[in-house]
Design a protein around this ligand. Structure first.
Ligand SMILES: CC(C)(COP(=O)(O)OP(=O)(O)OC[C@H]1O[C@@H](n2cnc3c(N)ncnc32)[C@H](O)[C@@H]1OP(=O)(O)O)[C@@H](O)C(=O)NCCC(=O)NCCS
Length: 154
C-alpha cells in the first residue's frame, strides 16, 4: 500500500468521488451532489485521502448558520478500519471550529451500525429519531438517527 495524504477535493475529483460513493453504498451521492463542495465554495468542503493518486476516502462537511453538518463520509472497502474516516472527520471538524462553529450535526440510517459506532467513537451523542426519512430498495422507508457533537473540546 502506498503513502496516503489528505487534501481538499477540487472539480477535477468529482467523478472519482461519485465512483467511490457508489462503491461505498452512499446511493444518494452523485457527481452533481459533490459539486458545491468541489468548486471552492466557502460553505462546503470535501476532504479526501489519496493513495497512489487514487481517492480512497472522503468526508463532505458544510457550514450552517450556527453549526456544521457532516453530509457524507465514505471509505473504499479495502481501506476501512485504518482510521481514515476518523482522521478526515478531525480535519473537517478543525476547519469548522476555525470558522467559529462549535457543534456538528449529522443523520444516519438506523441500520448503519458501523457508521454509528464510528460517530460514537468520535464523541457524537444520539439526539433523536426522524421517522421514515430515508428511501430503501423496497416501498418501506427507514428512520434516521440524529446525532450531534460538541466541537468545543475536540
Ligand atoms: C463508516 C465508514 C466511513 C468508516 O470508515 P473507516 O475508515 O473504516 O473508519 P475508521 O477506521 O476511522 O474507524 C474508527 C473507529 O470507528 C468504529 N468503526 C468504524 N467502522 C466500523 C464498523 N464497520 N463496525 C464497527 N465499528 C466501526 C471503530 O471503533 C473504529 O475503530 P477501530 O477500527 O480501532 O475499532 C466506512 O465503513 C464506510 O465507508 N461505510 C460506507 C459508507 C457509510 O456508511 N457512510 C456513513 C453514512 S452516514
Amino acid at each position: 500500500m502506498g503513502k496516503s495524504a489528505e487534501s481538499i477535493a477540487t472539480l477535477d475529483d468529482i467523478d472519482d468521488l461519485a465512483r467511490l460513493a457508489i462503491e461505498a453504498g452512499e446511493t444518494t451521492w452523485r457527481a452533481e451532489t459533490f459539486y458545491p463542495a468541489c468548486r471552492g465554495d466557502s460553505r462546503e468542503r470535501a476532504f479526501v485521502v489519496r493513495t497512489n493518486n487514487e481517492i480512497v476516502a472522503y468526508c463532505v462537511m458544510a457550514l450552517e448558520v450556527d453549526e456544521c453538518s457532516l453530509y457524507s463520509i465514505a471509505v473504499k472497502p479495502s481501506h476501512r478500519r485504518r482510521g481514515l474516516a476518523q482522521s478526515l472527520f478531525s480535519t473537517g471538524a478543525l476547519w469548522a471550529r476555525e470558522t467559529g462553529k462549535m457543534r456538528c450535526l449529522l443523520e444516519v440510517r438506523v441500520s448503519n451500525t458501523g457508521a454509528i459506532r464510528l460517530y460514537e467513537k468520535l464523541g457524537f451523542i444520539r439526539d433523536g429519531i426522524r421517522k421514515n426519512y430515508y428511501p430503501t430498495q423496497t416501498s418501506e422507508r427507514e428512520d434516521a438517527l440524529l446525532m450531534s457533537l460538541d466541537l468545543e473540546n475536540q
